[in-house]
Each structure stands twice: as structure tokens, then as C-alpha cells.
Design a protein around this ligand. Structure first.
Ligand SMILES: [Zn+2]
Length: 92
């Protein structure tokens, strides 16, 4: 996969905090949330859907998240993986 794409996946809290850290450092970045095999939802990194601060036990990265600062690169990479993308209705 392209170097500009970062994948965060795992039940470990460290993976989740690394993901949140990436979002904080890339406020203009893009996150594709793999909701089910072959289907992802595209969010802006600042989307509130990506942060459920009310539940500190939530391990959101147990669902794979593909992140990139470049929307076009991200869409291309997911297309190559055969993943369909839907835009988030809230942030896009
Ligand atoms: Zn969103």
C-alpha cells in the first residue's frame, strides 16, 4: 500500500491512542472507517463520529481505520483493495 496511507487496527488501547494522535496531528486529514468487509465510511479527521470521549473503554480501532492526509491517495488505495466508500453525512 501507498506510503501516505496509515492503517490503525487492533483492540489494544495503544493503537487507539495512536489513531487519535494521528487525527490531532492531521486536522485536515481523512479517515476511512471499515464498517464491514468491502465497505468503508469516509470522514474528515476532525469528525466527532471518530471520538466517543464519553466511553473511555471504547476500542474504536478494533474496526480498521485507513488514514491519509491526501483524500485522493486514500480513495485510490481503498479502490485497489476493492473497498466501497460512502461519505459521512456529518463532516463531508
Ligand atoms: Zn464524519
Amino acid at each position: 500500500m501507498n506510503d501516505s496511507i496509515k492503517l490503525f487496527q487492533g483492540k489494544d488501547a495503544l493503537v487507539h491512542s495512536a489513531f487519535i494522535d494521528w487525527c490531532d496531528k492531521h486536522p485536515k486529514g481523512w479517515v476511512a472507517n471499515l464498517v464491514k468487509p468491502g465497505s468503508a465510511k469516509l470522514h474528515r479527521a476532525v469528525c466527532r463520529h471518530l471520538r466517543f470521549v464519553s466511553n473511555s473503554n471504547a476500542k474504536m480501532t478494533k474496526v480498521a481505520k485507513y488514514c491519509s492526509a491526501d483524500r485522493k491517495e486514500l480513495l485510490k488505495a481503498l479502490d485497489e483493495l476493492g473497498v466501497q466508500i460512502n461519505d459521512c453525512g456529518t463532516c463531508i
